[in-house]
Ligand binder design. Structure first.
Ligand code: FES
Length: 128
């Protein structure tokens, strides 16, 4: 992915069934081909003892998934929800399992360091 070791930031490890949001600069390409940086968020979650980091960007219409900051899980804690049109995603694979999403969530790298986790400050999707 389009970031290196200088672009990491540290976040606390989320508890089981919880997620933590972080700022994420996303570089994308406009229709005229020029790259542009967009401020977004990513989120790091813990589900069944495993961590995953995703871009907080629904693949359906591009809105953030959480309508309350940091609230991503369904009431039963088994799925992630996009609160705009109710798409559902698998927390570990990011796959769309219900709703209008044309594909799964965009994965982000992370590095576990004990009680803290390193997550990216930026991602370049111009080459994805
Ligand atoms: S924007 Fe997420 S389901 Fe439509």
């Amino acid at each position: 992915m389009g970031y290196d070791k200088h672009d990491w930031q540290q976040v606390d490890r989320p508890d089981e069934g919880q997620a933590i949001c972080f700022e994420l600069r996303v570089t994308m390409r406009l229709t005229d081909g020029l790259p542009v940086d967009i401020p977004e968020q990513g989120f790091l979650l813990c589900f069944q003892g495993k961590l995953r980091a995703w871009r907080n960007h629904c693949p359906h219409a591009g809105s953030p998934l959480d309508w309350i900051p940091g609230r991503f899980f369904s009431d039963d804690g088994e799925q992630l929800i996009c609160h705009t049109h109710d798409a559902r995603f698998d927390p570990l694979s990011g796959a769309c399992i219900f709703g209008p999403c044309p594909r799964g969530l965009f994965p982000l790298d992370f590095q576990e360091r004990g009680d803290v986790v390193l997550v990216p400050q930026a991602v370049d999707i111009t080459t994805v």
